[in-house]
Design a binder for this molecule. Structure first.
Ligand SMILES: [Zn+2]
Ligand SMILES: [Zn+2]
Length: 263
């Protein structure tokens, strides 16, 4: 049994009712580290010190700027039964300097020891995630190139496969893996009227779901769904087999091709 908890499902603009997109797997693996990561973890009854793995998709601020807060929390509120394993951050090599500088900028003079002792930088594109039931593969996707965008294929010991497309437009790297995955998480970056090859828009999401009917499509990085308080893009209506995630949704995984969504 495994669980993916969607503690945030919003885009960079913080639409009403949504925090920045992230996914928390088995209370140990975090995909992305947005600025609101701490209130999101606390709301999900997860302590910052419990996170063992952080998988970074790309350098955009809504996916990374929470790292100084995460490290500060871990430093001053460490786990009581801390095994000293530290936080394994999985990323492209360039990111070591980028994220180190981010921590030093956020809390100058305070996180140097955490950078040395609490972070284990992992640049392997494939690895078994220690202390978990998961293996991961990181692959390139199609987004603003300066952000070094990547997605992740996560394979559970039960055989269940979860494809996280990262922040990306349609691309072959996603297509070549979508058919092999049970569930696919796609970030919907822009509405149809915004012309951007670097993002999936609602029509792209529909096409992806039609092309891979056996794969359940979950949509995150969503727009506003509050009709009373308009801010940013308005959520589209998508086909009923596509699930537009809301903050707090959970994917409960029982095995290969065996899962349910829970509010
Ligand atoms: Zn984003
Ligand atoms: Zn992005």
């Amino acid at each position: 049994m495994a669980e993916v908890h969607f503690l945030g499902t919003g885009n960079a603009f913080s639409p009403p009712g949504r925090m920045h997109a992230l996914a928390l797997i088995d209370s140990k693996i975090l995909i992305d580290c947005p600025p609101t990561v701490i209130p999101q973890l606390i709301r999900g009854n997860c302590l910052p010190s419990e996170i063992k793995h952080l998988l970074i998709t790309h350098w955009h601020a809504d996916h990374t700027f929470g790292l100084p807060f995460l490290m500060l929390n871990r430093k001053w509120m460490p786990a009581e039964d801390s095994d000293g394993l530290g936080l394994e951050i999985h990323l492209e090599e360039n990111g070591i300097e980028i994220l180190s500088n981010l921590c030093k900028t956020g809390y100058p003079g305070s996180l140097e020891d955490s950078l040395k002792n609490d972070i284990i930088w992992k640049i392997d594109k494939r690895s078994r995630l220690t202390d978990t039931e998961w293996e991961m593969e990181r692959f390139s996707v199609f987004h603003t190139p300066e952000t070094e965008p990547h997605g992740y294929m996560l394979t559970h010991s039960s055989g269940f496969r979860l494809l996280h497309c990262g922040d990306s437009g349609p691309c072959e790297e996603i297509n070549s893996r979508a058919g092999d995955s049970d569930v696919l998480i796609v970030e919907m970056g822009v509405p149809d009227y915004v012309d951007s090859p670097y993002h999936h828009n609602p029509s792209d999401v529909e096409k992806l779901s039609k092309k891979f009917p056996e794969t359940k499509v979950l949509v995150t990085h969503n727009f506003s769904n509050n009709e009373n308080f308009r801010h940013g893009f308005v959520s589209p209506t998508l086909s009923s087999n596509i699930h537009q995630l809301a903050d707090g949704d959970r994917l409960i995984i029982k095995g290969k091709n065996d899962y349910i969504m829970k509010k």
